[in-house]
Design a protein around this ligand. Structure first.
Ligand SMILES: *Cc1c(COP(=O)(O)O)cnc(C)c1O
Length: 468
């Protein structure tokens, strides 16, 4: 949705490439892209394609975007399969039963990857991404809490539900709380603690807590929150007569990393307190946007009243979603990746991303100008800040410099209590090869060199004999 439609005056003098006009004499050379109202007349498809494609060059290269977690490279075969499915509406399960079956298989594969006790009893669905998945998981937690309050003879009108999470949560959780009238209980960061840990989580819980969100891993720095410790602390709280609070794991990224690279880390349905898990198929699930997944450990954890049985086009189908129509292509592409890569293929791809992240982080951490916040050894993501030796420039200046070379590396400050901490973050994904990482490192060195020169500082690091 475009929230703003304001537009500066278009340069009406501009015309298309004369070759386009010559190839399409009926169009002439003064076609322009509509900015406010529709033009009266159609244009030939190749003209429309060429001009819109030209304009999109301004978006930059998705592959050089080290800011996004979202997949920017897929195999051509996967892309072909996606365009084969572009006309299939995911919601028409009756019309496209095989797409529906493929969605079911993906849920079963994830239930197995995440160690559901009984993969046949686990339930879940695809979504447009983790944001929708988190909304659904949040709604289920809220409904289960309401049912418990009612069963205990409580009065819901006098109670305000809350959700406990770290201040580092992704914005979708704040949205969930605002849209569904839940009080967000954000546990702030403190000193070197840059995400949620067990003591802070438990301290924030009370009888109105619908759940605790643990993140695998944090978008701020790629670190895993200690899910097992949080779960154990909540087990103790319940065993001591306190409230019995479920954990939802936001595995938007880590849900597709940990099963392959950290098989011994217990963060998933192996922990009885974990009620639900989401992941973004379009992040480390290696699919183009947008697809996400949400699973509940068993049917008892998904309140039945949230599932709609829709009689649609003659068939009866259960659905749990915020939207209705959406493409089947991404779900099919997720299945392609599962089939194509298998466990070993996924492990190899994720390990390669982690190797790139760790080696690049190590090299950056070795420079006098920077300090690592994380090392890329959890999510293949790391954050770094400037060291105390740097005075004449900051991470924001580095980000702007890198942009001149086409690299998009976000610089941002941390949330409350650590607003003083400003970092750069690099997300290593499939397609960001060691070779590209090398080029990136060279460009970072040259940016640092220029920033020193511009600010009149002496150059601290940099390759010996560096010349422009
Ligand atoms: C990206 C992300 C989300 C939102 O996911 P989308 O798939 O972009 O909707 C939620 N939580 C975390 C931890 C994330 O990294």
């Amino acid at each position: 949705m475009a929230l703003h439609t304001g537009s500066t005056e278009p340069l009406r003098a501009h015309h298309s490439n004369p070759l386009v006009g010559l190839a399409n004499p009926a169009v002439g050379d003064n076609v322009y892209l509509p900015e406010i109202g529709l033009a009266d007349d159609p244009v030939p498809p190749d003209v429309a394609y060429q001009l819109i494609r030209d304009e999109l060059l301004l978006d930059g290269s998705a592959r050089l975007n080290l800011a996004t977690f979202v997949t920017t490279w897929m195999e051509p075969q996967a892309l072909t399969l996606m365009s084969d499915c572009a006309d299939k509406n995911m919601i028409d399960k009756d019309e496209y039963p095989q797409t529906a079956e493929i969605e079911r298989r993906c849920v079963a594969i994830l239930a197995d990857l995440w160690h559901a006790t009984d993969p046949n009893d686990a339930c879940g669905c695809s979504t447009t991404g983790s944001s929708e998945a988190c909304m659904l998981a949040g709604m289920a937690m809220k409904r289960r809490w309401e049912a418990q309050v009612r069963a205990a003879g409580g009065d819901l009108k006098t109670r305000v539900p809350n959700l406990v999470m770290g201040a580092n949560v992704q914005v979708c959780w704040e949205k969930f709380c605002r849209y569904w009238d839940v009080e967000p209980r954000m546990v702030p960061m403190e000193g070197d603690r840059l995400h949620l840990e067990a003591p802070g989580a438990v301290a924030a819980c009370d009888e109105n807590t619908i759940g605790v969100v643990a993140i695998l891993g944090s978008t701020f720095d790629g670190s895993y929150e200690p899910v097992a410790e949080i779960a154990t602390a909540l087990d103790k709280l319940a065993a001591g007569g306190g409230p019995d609070i479920p954990v939802h794991v936001d595995g938007a990224s880590g849900g597709m990393i940990a099963p392959f690279l950290d098989p011994d880390l217990k963060w998933d349905f192996r922990l009885p307190r974990v009620a639900s898990i989401n992941t973004s198929g379009h992040k480390y699930g290696l699919v183009y946007p947008g697809v996400g997944w949400v699973l509940w450990r068993d049917k008892a954890h998904l309140p039945e009243e949230l599932v709609f049985n829709v009689n649609y086009l003659g068939g009866n189908m259960p659905t749990f979603a915020l939207n209705f129509s959406r493409p089947g292509a991404e779900v099919v592409a997720q299945y392609y990746n599962f089939f194509r890569l298998g466990r070993n293929g996924f492990t190899a791809v994720q390990q390669a991303s982690r190797d790139v992240a760790m080696s690049l982080a190590e090299r950056i951490g070795g420079l006098d100008e920077f300090e690592l916040i994380t090392k890329g050894d959890q999510l293949p993501v790391f954050a770094f800040t400037t060291s105390s030796k740097v005075t004449g420039w900051d991470v924001f200046a580095v980000s702007r410099r890198l942009r001149e070379r086409g690299w998009q590396v976000p610089a941002y400050t941390f949330p409350e209590h650590r607003e003083d901490l400003a970092v750069l973050r690099v997300v290593c994904r499939n397609g960001f090869s060691l070779d590209l990482a090398d080029l990136f490192f060279k460009d970072l060195l040259s940016a640092v060199h220029d920033l020193h020169e511009d600010s009149g500082n002496t150059v601290i690091s940099g390759p010996s004999g560096f010349r422009h």
